[in-house]
Design a binder for this molecule. Structure first.
Ligand code: PXP
Length: 238
């Protein structure tokens, strides 16, 4: 049964829209766990556009399940992770202008620079996943770097228009999962998944963890966070 990590960045986005104190992502983390989330995911961006350092510190203290910190592999955030000790780190590419993470990390090209951050984090018993496109070369490169897991980028699948394109993208995900099984690396997936499109990906039995944010928080605005988390948990765990 796959785990559901709930990404609560968008709660912080609403707060930052007014530079005020509510809604507090710390409260969201607690509620999401009470509703059955298997983990809480937050992205500490270099520009601090949503999650703040204070959020990470407090969320680290309250999360009882698994805290997964998404971040760029830069010295500043690596130092913060080593201090705050999330259970897991997901290394992502980051561009200042992007609305959200666009595309996976080019692990093949960046392999040398990723070695040290991965080693330092793992030394502190922090599980490291690499956010990669559904591309066998990237999965193999992640394994060669001894990452604990890959998080397969499902954004192209989510954005595909038309049945043919969507099926093509789903096949790429299935292929990447097969390669990950063959080489022996943990398999997570996320980005752009919604209540409408998650089922075919959730049906891939080897995926161990889903990290889903925007769709859950968007639904929570209308039906409440607990119900939104429960409904997504039912979809990912089949
Ligand atoms: N996984 C990673 C690596 C991400 O960067 C994001 C977005 O922060 C997510 C999962 C969640 O994506 P979404 O908000 O589209 O569900």
């Amino acid at each position: 049964m796959a785990r559901l990590g709930v990404n609560i960045d968008h709660v912080a986005t609403v707060r930052q829209a007014r530079l005020t104190t509510e809604p507090d992502p710390v409260a969201a983390a607690i509620l999401a766990e009470l509703a059955g989330a298997d983990g809480i995911t937050i992205h500490l961006r270099e520009d601090r556009r949503h999650i703040q350092d204070r959020d990470l510190m407090l969320i680290r203290q309250v999360v009882q399940s698994k805290l997964n910190l998404e971040m760029a592999a830069i010295p500043e955030t690596v130092e913060i992770a080593l201090k705050e000790k999330p259970d897991a780190v997901c290394l992502v590419p980051e561009k200042r202008q992007e609305l959200t993470t666009e595309g996976g990390l080019d692990v093949v090209a960046l392999a040398k620079g990723l070695q040290e951050p991965i080693r330092k984090l793992q030394k502190e018993k922090i599980e490291v996943s690499l956010f990669v496109d559904p591309d066998p070369r990237q999965v193999i490169a992640a394994k060669e770097l001894s990452a604990d897991a890959v998080e397969i980028h499902t954004g192209l699948y989510a954005n595909a228009r038309g049945v043919r394109d969507r099926e093509g993208e789903l096949k790429r995900i299935v292929r990447a999962v097969e390669i990950a099984c063959d080489v022996g690396i943990g398999i997570h997936a996320g980005h752009g998944l919604t209540y409408q499109n998650v089922a075919p990906v959730a049906a891939i039995a080897a995926i161990e963890e889903f990290n889903i944010g925007h769709s859950i928080i968007a639904r929570a605005v209308l039906v409440g966070l607990e119900r939104a988390v429960r409904e997504m948990k039912a979809l990912v765990s089949g």
